[in-house]
Structure formats: C-alpha cells, structure tokens
Design a protein around this ligand. Structure first.
Ligand code: ERO
Length: 310
C-alpha cells in the first residue's frame, strides 16, 4: 500500500513524509518515521550547535490546527549527520532529507559547508522561513537576502538542495520569488512553512508562552494557503525544480489536492503531531482509493493537472 514518487533521481516508495519540526528532533522519533508508511523523513531543522528553543508551553493544538513557537530546538548538526549515516547504513537504497538553517547569514554558509564536507547523500533543505526565533525575520520575506544567500551557497554547494518557503499572499511576490529561485539549480522548493505569527486565544489568554502567544499556524486552517503556494510556484518554476507540498493535510483528499496543484511529495505536520505515525498508512489508503475511483495509476496521471474554469 503505497503511492511512489520521485524528485530528480531520488525515488521514494511513498509520496508522504513528515513536515520538518514534527516528531523528528530525536533519533528515536526519526526511527519511528523510518518504520512508518511514510516514503522518507526530514529532520528537525538543525543549527551548528544544539539549541534548547523557546520556553514551554510552546506548541498547542486548537479546533482547526496547531500553533507553535518552538524557537528552533534541535540536537545540532553533528547529531543529525550521525543519525542519518546510521539510517542510511541500514537502508542504503532509501533517501532521507536533512533540514538546516542558521540565525546569522555567515553561519548559514558555515553549516552548508559542513554538510557539503559530510558523507550525507540525501537531499538538504535550507529553511528560509522559521517564524519563531525571537528577534529574527523569516529570511525568504527578504528577496534580496534570499538571492544573495542562494548565489553564495551555489558557489560551493554540490549536493541536492531545496528551500523551505513561508507562505506568500500576493502574485507579485510569487513572481519575484520564482524569478530568484529559477536562477539556481535547486532540486525543489517546499511550500509552505507554518503561517507565521498567528494568535490562538483560550477564554482570555494566549495558549503558548513565547512571544506573548504569537506563533506559526499549521493544520486544517492553512490548507487553502498551502495549496495556493504549491500551485503558484508550480505555474512559475522551471520543471526541473520539484515541489513538496506541506500544510493542511488531514485526509487523502488533501494529499490528492496538493499533488493536483503540482506537488511531487506531500509533507504532513499537525496531523502527524495529533495522530502519530499511523497517519501515513491511513492517508495513503485514502489517496489510493481516490486514485482508483478516478482511474489514476500513478501520481504523474494527475500531478499539476488542476483544472481552471473556462
Ligand atoms: C525551524 C524553525 C521553525 C519552527 C520552530 O522551531 O519554532 N517552527 C515552525 O513552524 N517552522 C520553523 O521553520
């Protein structure tokens, strides 16, 4: 029971994976993902050194999704490189994702230089969209900085690189970001990260401690924004740049819609947080039933084939 997919020469047994940040900070969490029906996993975004993150409570769910202001807690790059080497040794034919970022531009180059020098052979995701590091902006909302970073990164980086993008809400921003991304040999873009700096209130109080309750919103309530970003970049990017669709995936229909909008892989966050790794099997079953009902044999029968109204 699986719906295979691929990004360039990387083949995945199933088109589903976790969203970075959910159930992927520690090796035992990654092992549970590795043993699930997901086709692969991506690590929690790593920084050069381990980080504690923001004070608790920092992640909560609500009726239509989740809010988090985790603040980039992670075990540090060496931990993930070693863990990935162990997973790769056990499953040589499987492809994994490593997510990285840093809080200062020069350190972004340093962490990618360390990844470049490593034996990691999967795909690397440069997170340009963390909304929760206190005092730090989401890089990808600054087009000039994004262009400068990608230009310098690709002057030395030779492994397969994708970028995690925040949601955009204006066609001119889709155009500007796509023009930048199309200039670089990116393997993929991952749309979207959480919708930054939302506010969830219970009775008269915020529900998370950091940043006076402001945090990234995920889950059901962001699906339409996620689909729009997947499709807007599918329409604009060179076909060599694949798209991972992340955001608002609650059932097989949502997976189907991400693929219809152009996604080759689909990331699951809040639903994984709420239901656990078993969600991948149920999402796959539901997607397969939709494909069977519509007579689609493979993802390529419907990927990107969203119909417009004449
Ligand atoms: C890597 C930091 C991120 C975090 C975080 O660690 O707070 N939360 C998100 O929703 N997206 C992120 O990219």
């Amino acid at each position: 029971m699986a719906v295979p997919s691929q990004i360039h020469h990387f083949h995945f047994s199933n088109c589903l994976m976790n969203a970075s940040g959910v159930s992927c900070e520690r090796k035992e969490e990654l092992a549970a993902l590795d043993d699930s029906a997901a086709g692969t996993f991506i690590t929690k975004t790593a920084t050069l050194e381990a980080r504690e993150g923001n004070p608790q409570p920092r992640v909560e769910t609500f009726a239509l999704g989740s809010i988090n202001s985790s603040g980039l807690p992670n075990q540090g790059l060496p931990y993930y490189l070693q863990a990935l080497a162990d997973f790769q040794a056990a499953k040589p034919d499987k492809t994994y994702f490593l997510s990285v970022t840093e809080l200062e531009e020069e350190k972004i180059y340093k962490i990618l230089e360390e990844v470049e020098a490593s034996d990691f052979k999967g795909l690397v995701e440069l997170n340009l969209s963390c909304p929760n590091v206190i005092g730090k902006p989401q890089i990808a909302y600054d087009f000039e900085t994004t262009d400068r970073i990608l230009k310098r990164v690709f002057s030395f980086f030779t492994k397969s690189l994708g970028v995690k993008l925040p949601p955009f809400f204006d066609p001119s921003h889709f155009d500007q970001m796509a023009d930048i991304l199309n200039a670089y040999p990116l393997a993929y873009v991952n749309c979207i990260n959480s919708v930054g700096n939302g506010l969830v209130i219970h009775d008269e109080q915020v529900v998370i401690k950091p940043k006076q309750g402001f945090g990234g919103i995920g889950g059901e309530t962001i699906k339409e924004t996620a689909l729009a970003n997947v499709h807007a970049f599918y329409q604009r990017l060179r076909p060599e740049i694949a798209i991972i669709g992340t955001g608002g995936v609650c059932d097989g229909r949502d997976v189907f819609e991400h693929i219809l909008c152009g996604a080759s892989m689909v990331g699951v966050g809040t639903t994984l947080y709420e239901e656990g790794e078993g969600c991948f099997a149920s999402l796959t079953e539901e997607l397969e039933a939709i494909m069977k009902e519509k007579g689609y044999q493979s993802i390529e029968d419907f990927r990107g084939k969203l119909k417009y109204m004449d």
